[in-house]
Write a protein of this length. Sequence first.
Length: 170
Amino acid sequence: MKDFHIFESTKNYSKKAEWIKDMIERLETHISQKLCIKIMESCGRKCCGISSRKYAKQFMSESKSAKEFLNKLNESGIGGGRLRLKGKNTITGGYDRCYCGQVKKTKEPFPTKTYCQCSVGWYKQLFESVLGKDIEVELIGSIITGAKTCEFVIHTGLSKNKKIFNKTKA
């Protein structure tokens, strides 16, 4: 947490992003990549608010299919608005802009995707709370590392568990 006073005292979000980028680089030099990812996923899980999870659960209970469920999430803007079923149990999703107020004003790209494991944790928290089971999420691209969009692959097993969808019209 070297020089935390810089982060804490400034209202300049570019400087805050620079401090976070430096902090992530320091973290990566002192602990394993696996632990860095675990820390950032944990942050993302906390960032996935109760209202997003509540609406997602409601949409799940109102939906007859995985596609209908994802359409409801997209219409509400939960999860970036680009969630699509790919194959039998995979969802692709992403963001067209960085939603993280801590780093979205970065002037320099982050050298690794470690910080964006936070979004991995966010998606995990959202879908695990709805599905009631562990899922896997892959980070494919990240805006703050220089990509045009953030891209994720979410492995859920969603369509294999057809009992989770209502069979009657709500």
